[in-house]
Ligand binder design. Structure first.
Ligand code: AMP
Ligand code: ZN
Length: 137
């Protein structure tokens, strides 16, 4: 637990949340600033600021919990779609530095500002970046 981390406090029961599921490594609760009705956060019980610092077990547990939650959302709300979104760093608009996955119900035409228009990229540049990424894996 990290003292000044709101999600660590929620995991420890020291701050309130609308909990919907929990296991040893992941906790799912409602986002209090929902981008759409049914917006859920799945957090690792372990404190890690982001994807890079999270243990493989924490990541696996959060991913599996997110899928369970998405299934419940599909059953209960029957949205037109569901996004899983996970932000790392200020440039990705991460506002809480404790790993979490957003499970976000979507409605056709809701125009949530998280999507981008499809526009064809430069194949040479795409291929060059693929090579650089492959070399780093
Ligand atoms: P991000 O900006 O991707 O880091 O997402 C952080 C999310 O945490 C935002 O959607 C906030 O609304 C949500 N959030 C922050 N504090 C709380 C809290 N105490 N309970 C529930 N959700 C929270
Ligand atoms: Zn934390």
């Amino acid at each position: 637990m990290t003292e000044d981390c709101i999600f660590c406090k929620i995991v420890a029961g020291l701050a309130p949340c609308f909990e919907i599921a929990r296991d040893d490594r992941a906790l799912a609760f409602m986002d209090i600033n929902p981008a759409s009705p049914g917006h859920v956060l799945v957090v690792s019980t372990e404190h890690a600021a982001d994807l890079h610092g999270l243990s493989p077990e924490g990541l696996a547990a959060a991913a599996l919990m997110a899928r369970r939650v998405a299934g419940a959302i599909q059953t209960v709300l029957a949205p037109d779609g569901i996004n899983l979104i996970q932000a790392n760093g200020p440039g990705a608009a991460q506002s809480v530095a404790h790993f979490h996955i957003h499970v976000l119900p979507r409605t056709m035409g809701d125009r949530l500002p998280i999507n981008w228009l499809l526009s064809p990229g430069d194949r040479t540049a795409i291929g060059a970046l693929a090579e650089r990424l492959k070399a780093a894996l």
